[in-house]
Design a protein around this ligand. Sequence first.
Ligand code: CP
Ligand code: NVA
Length: 307
Amino acid sequence: MSDRVHRDFLTIPDFSKDEIDGLFRLAERMRTGAYDARPLAGQALAMIFVKSSTRTRVSFEVGAVQLGAHPMFLSSRDVQLGRGETIADTARVLARYCQGIMIRTFAHSDCEELARHADIPVINGLTDQQHPCQILADLLTVVQQFGSYEGKVIAWVGDGNNMANSWLDAAWRLGFSLRLACPEGYDPDPALLKRAQSVADVRLVRDPREAVEGAHVVNTDVWASMGQEEEQAQRVKAFKGFVVDAPLMRRATREAIFMHCLPAHRGEEVAAEVIDGPWSRVWDEAENRLHVQKAVMAALMGHVPLT
Ligand code: CP
Ligand code: NVA
């Protein structure tokens, strides 16, 4: 059993503002090669995937190796979890072999249940409700581009999904301005919206043009997330007018950038001229998953201080 106090990363507010700033500093040192230590030497990371992934799997796997750990890809199709072994039992057993668990799954409560029963750090690699690692990578991209997220206006155009919820949590924790344009019926979590609005300039609107006015960052995501495939046709109708195209980007500030967590559907939520054009930072954004998750693993599993 682990004899150290452990911390999980299930949502953005699991870290303080100072810690998030520390994560970004450490991630930048990792990116530039200034930090090349192996604080996880001899450790093992279990990576449970109940949903598909390209970026999350590869960035965690490569990142763990670079920090000295041994990552294990555990598809729920192959481990006993997929045959009915409980999350609690899975957590207890993995904690006897490993020093950290990353999980991507459907219900956020499953992620919380795993964290409750594993006495090692658990990292949320996406649930139906949250995608905190992606938002850290997105914010790091903003910091690289503008020097800081302070005083910046972030626009979200599209579904009030896991990404939108994690943006709300980030606005609550860090205090930047957030404008969300979502079609009626596709709002983000009302409790997270209310909490963010209690401390930050956060607005939910119906018109994407209103959301991007004065924005430094325009952000979108697929209209149908993993698990919503059968709603695709209905969603295409509901999201009419929500495509991020060049005319919409021109309404943002002159220096505005475009971000998308990927995978993307060109011609659906984003026009090719935007994602493949000069506004786009999507490849840096994807790369930043590696750096920022390494910083998270180093902090939680390697107890590297975030000073
Ligand atoms: N952005 C993201 O999480 O990508 P994957 O689904 O490929 O992991
Ligand atoms: N909202 C998307 C993000 C994919 C990385 C989904 O949950 O499928």
